[in-house]
Design a protein around this ligand. Structure first.
Ligand code: UDP
Ligand code: MG
Length: 316
């Protein structure tokens, strides 16, 4: 099979017939063998009935329905597990992404050799309250992830080599950072294609402004995981040692000052009134905490089922 199209959806009943017909038209025109995987993320409208009707007249349509709304990432992950095509395309269900982009995305994966091609909604049809924070968000994501050539990490329209999606796990809200996940799994050939974007025709957006807060927190998690995920002691041990050294130096200062004061009749020194005393206390307590966090982290990694999952590029 040439292409699997994974479509996560949450209450998008009005858009689905148009989307399915459009995809079918593009696939037939280009002679691709394909499947459409609709992942119904706990819709409360009649999306499922619509999908069933569509599937009755098109055997390429398949669906998975969650019992409740889990989020876009779990929906994508489920689609990825089931996808059978050599190239896997994800697109939003709201008709903001155009199926006409699929042939070129397919070509970039199969002929130009990209592992992943991300869409770039260069000209967006979204409110300013969304486009401006998005620019900031992408600039940060570029810096932290080191993927310098991407302008639109969170674009719903993306194409992947099948191998890539079988080796990443999209959980939580990590769909915003799939290129980063792919890079951390060892897939470096990441490209970009400018894609057409349309204003939402039916329904409303499913993400509020909290997307930006959560987005930044997730970026922190991913950065930490990729740097210290399997060696937490390298960071916590370093911080702990640093704190300990600072605390120890402060204790020495306190001791010296106290000894001088005891042997002098003019110079007074009260330990509990000294900044150094408080510095030594805080630094040592923090130091021990960092160390223990690191140790516990190490124990957790030792027991993780994934600790030895290395992706092997070649083997004879
Ligand atoms: N979506 C989903 N589960 C959710 C939220 C969204 O499957 O919990 C789907 C939604 O139906 C759409 C895609 O993810 O197909 C992108 O959502 P939306 O268009 O609301 O995001 P925006 O374009 O505003 O970033
Ligand atoms: Mg949308």
């Amino acid at each position: 099979m040439d292409i699997s199209i994974v479509v996560p959806l949450y209450n998008e009943a009005e858009s689905l017939p148009e989307l399915a017909a459009w995809i079918k038209r593009v696939m037939d025109e280009n002679g691709f063998s394909y499947e459409i995987l609709f992942i119904n993320d706990g819709s409360t409208d009649n999306s499922m009935d619509v999908i069933k009707q569509l599937a009755a007249s098109n055997p390429a349509i398949h669906a998975v329905a969650f019992s409740r709304n889990y989020g876009k990432s779990p929906a994508l992950n489920t689609g990825f597990e089931r996808a059978k095509g050599d190239v896997v395309i994800t697109m939003d269900a709201d008709l903001q992404d155009s199926p006409d982009e699929i042939p070129e995305l397919y070509r970039m994966i199969t002929q130009d050799g990209y592992d992943l091609v991300s869409g770039w909604k260069k000209k967006r049809y979204d409110p300013l309250s969304k486009t401006i924070p998005t620019k900031l968000f992408n600039a940060t994501a570029r810096r932290v992830s080191g993927i310098k050539n991407l302008h639109d990490f969170n674009c719903g329209l993306k194409a992947y080599k099948k191998e890539v999606i079988k080796h990443i796990e999209v959980y939580g809200d990590m769909h915003r950072y799939i290129p980063y996940l792919a890079k951390n799994a060892g897939y470096h050939k990441i490209g970009e294609k400018v894609v057409h974007h349309q204003a939402r025709k039916y329904g409303t957006t499913k993400f509020g402004l909290d997307r930006f807060v959560n987005g930044y927190l997730d970026l922190g998690t991913l950065w930490f995981q990729s740097k210290f995920g399997i060696k937490p002691m390298h960071i916590f041990g370093l911080l702990g040692s640093l704190m300990f050294v600072i605390g120890f130096m402060a204790v020495v200062v306190v001791l010296i000052l106290k000894i001088i004061a005891m042997n002098s009749s003019t110079f007074n020194f009260w330990v509990t009134k000294s900044v150094y005393f408080y510095l030594s206390l805080t630094a040592m307590v923090l130091g021990v905490q960092f160390f223990c966090t690191g140790l516990i982290g190490e124990l957790i990694t030792r027991n993780s089922a994934e600790r030895n999952n290395y992706l092997i590029a070649e083997e004879f």
